[in-house]
Design a protein around this ligand. Sequence first.
Ligand SMILES: *Cc1c(COP(=O)(O)O)cnc(C)c1O
Length: 400
Amino acid sequence: MKTADYIQIEDQYGAHNYHPLDVVITKAEGIWVTDVDGKKYMDCLSAYSAINQGHVHPRILNALIEQAKKVTLTSRAFRNDQLPLFYKELADLTGYEKSLPMNSGAEAVETAVKLARKWAYTVKKIPKYQAEMIVARDNFHGRTIMEITASTENFYREFFGPFVPGIIPVKYNDPDAIRSAITPNTGMILLEPIQGEAGIIMPDEGYLREVAKICKENNVLLIVDEIQTGLGRTGKMFAFEHEGIRPDIVTIGKALSGGFYPVSAVLADAPLMDLFLPGEHGSTFGGNPLATAVAREALKVIVDEKLVENSAKMGEYFMDHLAEINSPHIKTVRGKGLLIGIELYPKAGGARRFCEALQEKGILAKETHENVIRFAPPLIIKEEDIDWAIPRIREVLQMP
Ligand SMILES: *Cc1c(COP(=O)(O)O)cnc(C)c1O
C-alpha cells in the first residue's frame, strides 16, 4: 500500500478530529522518521515534545521489552516493584517530595486541580464548592471538560458545554490581571511557563516570579503545567527554573516516557500530596510497572545523555541560524532551548503551506495556530543536523 491508500482508509474509518500532514510514518530512529514510500524526514515536532530522547531510544526500548516480559499491569490494588523506584528517582531528580502517576497529560492536569481543590477546602477553608481557579487566556491544558472550560479557544469549546464553574481566565503575561482577579475564594492559579499550543508565547522575564509572589501573598497554590516545556525542552529540566521559582504543584507527561507509552505525573511536596486519601483518586493503568519501568529509563536517558544541556546549546544554535534567514514572511523568531516558533506575517498566507513545503524538503514541522511554525526536534539533535536543515528551511521561507 502507498501513502494515498492509508490516508483513504484512515479518513473512511477514523474520527476526523485531526488534520495531519499527509505523511504516513512507518519507522523512526533518533531524529529521523521514514514514511511508507521510503522517504526520510527530520522530525521537528517530536510528537509535541514527547520524543525529547529521540525516536525508539535503544535503552528505553530495552526497558520496555524487559519489563513487558515480566509484568505489565497489576493495578494499584496490589503493589509492584517498579513504582517505588519511580517515585524515589523522580523525587531525587525534581526535588519534589512526592508524585502521583497518571497516563495522559490531560489526566495529570485534572489530578493537579483536584489536589489543589482539596487543599482549598481542607487547608485554606474556602467554603465548599466556592473555590475559584485563575487560568491564562490562550492556555492549553488538555481536552477534558474541565480543561476545555479553562480554554479560551472557541473552537475547542463551542459545542461541548455545559462547563465547569469557578474557572477565571485572565490575560497571560500580566501580573496585574491576576492581582485583580484574586478573591478570598481563589484557591489556585494554573499556568504554562511558555504557552506552546498558543504559538510559543513567551511571557516577559519576571512574570512567573511575580505570579509566584502573588500566590504566596494571597495563600493561593501555583500549579505549573510542564507537560510540554518540562524534561529539558527549554534548556532547563523545567521551564520554571528560568525564573528561579518553585511552584506548589507541577504536571509532567509527554517526554516522561520518551514517547513509548502514555505516562504522566503530578509533583508536589508531602504536605500537599498527602491530602489525597485512599480511594479519593485513581487510575487502573496509572503507575503500572510497564509505564514506570519505561519512565525510569526515559528519565535516566535525559540525565546520562545531558539532554538538558544539549537542548540549551542546540536551541541557541538553531535559533541564531533561523534568525539569520532573510524572508519577507518572518515576523519574529522566538523560543527557549529547543522550543522555537517562527511567527509569520498574516499576509504570508498561513503557516500550513510552509509546513507542507518543508515536508517536501524532508522536514516535518507543524503549524500552531494560523501563523506560527513550531520547531521542536528531539533534544539529541546535533549541530550537523541543524546545518542540514537550515538551508532547506531558508528555501521554504523564501518562496513567494
Ligand atoms: C499536550 C499537553 C497537555 C495534554 O496532554 P495529553 O497527553 O495530550 O492529554 C496538557 N498541557 C500541555 C501544556 C500540553 O502541551
